[in-house]
Design a binder for this molecule. Structure first.
Ligand SMILES: Cc1cc2nc3c(=O)[nH]c(=O)nc-3n(C[C@H](O)[C@H](O)[C@H](O)COP(=O)(O)OP(=O)(O)OC[C@H]3O[C@@H](n4cnc5c(N)ncnc54)[C@H](O)[C@@H]3O)c2cc1C
Length: 627
């Protein structure tokens, strides 16, 4: 049974063996949530704590100026030495570009100067990702795979002093690193892992055998993190799967790159299939401890996941610049296209969503900067899910606004004398963001799991048939006591939280809506838990709606708090800011209302049944007439 804090929370008794194995493995690797969940965690249980986002935790002037200095150098380097369209066309990043980035310190942005890095904050790292994301997807992926999921991040989090001294100076200076988890049968489900590491008879090392798929930077890396199965531990008389994370030197005998993978976009990704044949890895290269590999991976991604949404902010800003220019320049049917309502609506949506996206990312980064050990998993996941999906739509809208020119390659545009605007490249490069580092579907499940955690701890043992009756009775009493107080509060409390009176009336109105929507969300989640019981876990579409509502509430709240902070410091933009925040929040409120409505009014069940008929081939006649 899946456990948390050594207490069972999810009843796995009625699951198939494969489902049970997958869930138990992920649950055992899941770090217990900090007792005091952050702002985002509170949203799903009706605790809208405005004091956590207001005053909006902006960057200090000192931290900003540290970042500014690096960003100025990075910007100059990108403009003078990098041609993203050429990188896209050739599928290669020139060696001098990689060397130049290394000289700037771009490989060790967050690594402490003690180990040769720049020692910049998470916010400054996100600002660098915004800049890179606006310019070149290939360089963003190179830097992000190296620094957010490659060797630096898990080493900073879990490395021993000795490991940090050995590896951090190398990866901070000029050595590219990578992260290898995925295999042919392991995408979102690590329980199926086949790469194995067996201890040598003297126990001093492990012998690694297996094959990793889609290892970004694998072709260039000097050192990588590899996840492998190690011998199972016997728990309660049964073997329990163990996954261990190893730092592996790529020049060790037995490692080969058997294939360079090529993709729809990110043409210059140094991504490949890495084969390990009897590769000896010293025991001292284990990260954290034997059997803790999945925890290393999941925790690394908790913060690592902030890089992609930051890059999406950059890309979306660039799209806005492209769309704005074209909306003014292009005249059709007697007016610039930006004056036609169908195009104007896209521009307004883009602007509002970019403001919200940036607010969410800056807020999440500020949590990490205040406390490196803070539990930011929910905030980071909300940012990843929302920003990658919004950015995709923004690129899609930009292509629509650019019309035929959006679909034409930059090279072709330039060849016939037009400005080489690479919207087509942006679209190819950004689609993957909704798949890697946690696909949108997996992010929704992950967020739902985290959001339901407080309820699962209290309510799930009541329904867990794997527990003894006495334990379940004790849980019933505890749950009744808790919900007797909690539930009425979700109906009775009108929101007038501390700090709301300091908000501009336009923003206060939306912040109040967000607070009340959070109570409504908590109630609806609770009702669903009581009506579905443990089966709620299978209601992915319903859970997805709850997650999407929570994400929109998070977006409204952080946007209002940031706009309020900006109003105070910058009077000149007051009118613009209010218009921007007001538009975004109003549009988001409509989406939230629609999603609440569809919790009860939907065709989910009919859709699921129809899909099973599709899958079983009953409707294969629909595929007739194709080649
Ligand atoms: C360009 C690129 C770079 C990559 N870089 C790396 C890297 O550096 N290191 C690394 O280890 N991996 C890397 N990956 C792998 C990437 O993280 C995986 O593609 C991703 O985890 C999804 O796995 P999958 O493609 O096997 O999809 P699958 O897990 O097979 O999923 C297929 C579809 O089913 C959905 N799905 C799966 N399980 C569920 C479920 N339980 N409920 C609902 N829906 C579900 C998924 O969301 C997806 O839509 C990379 C992949 C690509 C394409």
């Amino acid at each position: 049974m899946a456990t948390l804090d050594s207490k069972p929370v999810i009843d796995t008794s009625k699951m198939s063996p494969a489902q049970r194995e997958a869930l138990e493995l992920t649950e055992s690797a899941r770090e217990a949530a900090q007792a005091e969940r952050g702002f985002a965690g509170g949203l799903f249980v009706g605790r809208f704590d405005l004091t956590r986002i207001h005053p909006f935790p902006g960057q200090s002037a000192e931290d900003r100026s540290h970042g500014d200095e690096f960003l100025r150098r990075l910007e100059a380097f990108l403009k003078e030495h990098v041609n993203p369209d050429e990188i896209d066309r050739t599928g290669e990043i020139p060696p001098e570009v990689i060397e130049g980035l290394a000289r700037l310190g771009a490989f060790g942005i967050k690594i402490s100067p003690e180990f040769g890095g720049l020692g910049l904050s998470q916010t400054n790292y996100c600002r660098a990702a915004i800049m890179l994301g606006s310019f070149c997807g290939n360089l963003t992926a190179l830097i992000s795979a190296h620094q957010s999921i490659g060797v630096p991040q898990p080493l900073i989090l879990f490395g021993t002093e000795e490991q940090k001294r050995r590896f951090l100076p190398r990866v901070a200076r000029n050595e590219v690193s990578a992260f290898a988890l995925t295999e042919m049968k392991v995408g979102s489900d690590p329980a199926k892992m086949e790469t194995r590491a067996e201890p040598t008879p003297d126990g001093e090392a492990f012998i690694l055998n297996g094959e990793k798929l889609w290892c970004t930077n694998g072709l260039k890396a000097g050192v990588i993190v590899v996840m492998a199965k190690t011998p199972p531990k016997i728990v309660d008389g049964k073997p329990k799967n163990q996954i261990t994370a190893f730092v592996v030197e790529m020049n060790t005998p037995g490692i080969e790159i058997t294939h360079r993978c090529r993709f729809m976009g990110l043409k210059a990704l140094y991504n490949g299939v890495v084969r390990f044949t009897n590769v000896r890895v010293p025991r001292e290269n284990i990260l954290l401890a034997e059997g803790k590999g999945l925890r290393v991976a999941l925790t690394t991604l908790n913060t690592g996941r902030l890089t992609l949404p930051a890059a999406c902010v950059g890309l979306s800003k660039r799209c806005l610049a492209v769309a704005r220019k074209w909306a003014c320049e292009r005249v059709q049917w007697g007016a610039p296209i930006g004056k036609h309502a169908a195009i104007a609506e896209k521009l307004a949506r883009m602007a509002g969503e970019i403001f919200a996206m940036e607010s969410m990312v800056l807020f999440a980064a500020s949590i990490v900067d205040r406390d490196k050990t803070a539990d930011v998993r929910l905030e980071a996941a909300l940012c990843k899910l929302w920003a990658t999906e919004r950015a995709w739509e923004i690129v899609n809208d930009t292509m629509q606004i650019r019309g035929g020119r959006g679909y034409e390659t930059a090279e072709s545009l330039a060849a016939r004398g037009e400005e080489a605007v690479p919207v087509e490249r942006f679209m190819r490069d950004c689609r993957i963001n909704m798949i890697f580092e946690g696909s949108s579907e997996i992010m929704r499940l992950f967020i739902a799991r985290e959001a339901l955690d407080p309820h699962l701890k209290i309510g799930a043992p009541v329904l867990n048939s794997q527990l003894q009756v006495s334990e379940r009775v004790k849980s019933v009493i505890g749950a009744l006591g808790f919900y007797a107080k909690w539930y009425p509060r979700q109906w009775l409390l009108p929101f007038d939280g501390e700090g709301i009176k300091e908000f501009h009336p336009v923003l206060a109105k939306h912040a109040r809506f967000a607070a009340n929507a959070s109570h409504r969300l908590a109630r609806r989640l609770f009702h669903s838990m009581t009506s579905y019981g443990p089966k709620l876990e299978r209601e992915q579409v319903l859970l997805g709606r709850f997650v999407d509502i929570g994400t929109e509430i998070f977006a409204i709240a952080t946007s209002c708090a940031r706009a309020q902070a900006m109003l105070r410091t910058d009077e000149t933009t007051k009118k613009d800011l209010l218009a921007l925040a007001d538009y975004f929040c109003s549009a988001s409120r409509h989406r939230i209302d629609r999603m609440f409505y569809s919790i009860k009014h939907n065709v989910d069940l009919r859709g699921y049944k129809l899909a099973q008929r599709v899958v079983s081939g009953e409707l294969s006649w629909l595929e007739e007439g194709i080649v």
